[in-house]
Design a protein. Structure first.
Length: 202
């Protein structure tokens, strides 16, 4: 990421949690995300890499139920707010880093979670290849993405294709329920869950 990108996200950090799905301050929205993620994750304790963690909302949410979470974001201000949010919560740490090529050990995570970041990277397919190296052989990938009404984002079919081109499975769940967002949405938001191909599973 270039300095201009970092400066932009640093500037947005203070208001980042205002959307219901970012801050998860509404208990109904928070519970919806907790239930969605727990239904796709292995049982805790498992090691989770939360790439592009922003202010750490999902990292803290998962650490609170027993996961060991590493949150990464390239914005120093986002990391600062994430660390503040995580005060008193065990099992979570934050690293300032470019998630396009995360500087964390290979084959050390059970889960790679990324929400609303893949679409913004210069080469999403290459980023996926790098992210998959972080996973243990039985690890899973969770991608929350969308094609937003302003034209930004990735089509669900494109994200599924990118994941399947790595040789892994890709299960698509559309997230049209307004409970996830705190409002009715008009764009296409979704979750892609990926496991190793059956022949590759231990």
């Amino acid at each position: 990421m270039v300095d201009d990108d970092i400066a932009q996200w640093d500037a947005e950090a203070a208001a980042f949690d205002e959307p219901a799905d970012h801050g998860l301050r509404d208990p109904v929205v928070r519970d919806a995300w907790r239930e969605l993620l727990l239904s796709r994750l292995p049982e805790p304790p498992a090691n989770v890499a939360d790439l592009g963690c922003g202010t750490g909302t999902l990292s803290v949410l998962l650490a609170e139920v027993g996961y060991s979470v590493t949150g990464l974001d390239f914005s120093p201000r986002m990391i600062e707010l994430a660390e503040r949010k995580a005060e008193g919560v065990d099992g979570v740490r934050f690293v300032q880093a470019d998630v396009d090529d995360p500087p964390v050990p290979a084959a050390s995570y059970d889960v790679v979670l990324c929400r609303h970041v893949l679409w913004a990277l210069p080469d999403p397919g290459m980023a996926l290849q790098r992210w998959l190296r972080l996973l243990r052989p039985s690890g899973r990938l969770l991608l929350v993405e969308g094609l937003w009404s302003n034209g930004a984002g990735l089509r669900a079919e494109e994200t599924v294709r990118l994941v399947r081109e790595t040789g892994r499975s890709a299960h698509l769940t559309r997230l049209a329920d307004p409970t996830y967002w705190g409002r009715t949405i008009s764009d296409d938001r979704y979750l892609v869950t990926s496991l190793p191909a059956p022949a590759d599973r231990p």
